[in-house]
Design a protein around this ligand. Structure first.
Ligand code: KIV
Length: 271
């Protein structure tokens, strides 16, 4: 398993970091089998698991539930649990307590939080002080959609870009060991990546970050995402639809179950 020092070393060695989300046991098992460096149990589960329009009503207990399942499937992969909206905003104590739950109850190795304001920086310092590695998340932060006015590219204008550069420096000084940078112009992604010593993992931040993260449902064609930065690597909804339709047809026309699918008493000659 790659841990914090190895993940940081990948930046120095210029080896791209691979990260994917996962939310359940079996998917996590497959992700680990493919030797993805690190799994994010994202609050994107609100969208792709619960069918919500945004991530705002995901709870700490829900992320813990999914992290536990992922841990069982990927017990040899570095796991980052996402702190949901309002689980770290109220106080440093709240941030420390909720972060520790992911580590103690669910076996996460690190937590992620969104934003780079002064209070977020204080939350990062407080969590790191509890020996919990923190991943910061800047750019398009989905927990801020009501303020941002929707899922919009960030840092397109000089003022916004300067604020992001400043916030990136602050989260690094606060002790975050990695930054996820979402939906910013490629040039800004490159600038932030070269400015920081910690790895910058991009999602819509261009080609020059230290790694990439995507939502697993998006790469499998199992989501409604239209994001330009994403890519369907294989549309598994097609074979899934076929399997479900075949099942329906075979049950309807009496072709399933067959004799090999049923149980017999010990002395039955039919088996
Ligand atoms: O919740 C999530 O999955 C995320 C990634 C998209 C970075 O924050």
């Amino acid at each position: 398993m790659l841990k914090v020092p190895e993940l940081k070393a990948k930046k120095v060695k210029k080896e791209p970091i691979t990260m994917l989300t996962a939310y359940d046991y079996f998917t996590a098992k497959l992700v680990q089998q493919c030797r993805i460096d690190t799994i994010l149990i994202g609050d994107s589960l609100g969208n792709v698991f619960k069918g919500e329009l945004n991530t705002l009503n995901v709870s700490v207990d829900e992320v813990i539930y999914h992290t536990k399942a992922v841990k069982k499937g990927a017990d040899d992969t570095f796991l980052i649990a996402d702190l949901p909206y309002m689980s770290y905003h109220l106080s440093k104590e709240q941030a420390k307590y909720n972060s520790s739950r992911f580590v103690i109850e669910a076996g996460a190795h690190a937590v992620k939080l969104e934003g780079g304001s002064d209070s977020r920086v204080k939350a990062i310092e407080a969590i790191v002080d509890c020996e919990i590695p923190v991943v910061a998340h800047l750019g398009l932060t989905p927990q801020s959609i009501n303020r941002l006015g929707g899922f919009r590219v960030q840092g397109k204008h000089q003022e916004q870009a300067e604020l992001l550069l400043e916030q990136a420096k602050s989260i690094e000084s606060a002790g975050a060991f990695m930054l996820i940078l979402e939906a910013v112009p490629e040039k800004l992604g490159q600038k932030i990546t070269s400015m920081l010593d910690i790895p910058v993992v991009g999602i819509g931040a261009g080609r020059y970050t230290d790694g990439q993260v995507l939502v697993i449902n998006d790469i499998l064609g199992l989501s409604e995402s239209k994001a330009k930065f994403s890519k369907v690597f294989e549309d598994v909804s097609i074979p899934t639809l076929k399997a479900i339709t075949d099942y329906r047809d075979q049950v309807s026309n009496g072709n399933f179950p067959q004799s090999k699918n049923v149980y017999y008493p010990v002395d039955d000659t039919e088996k």
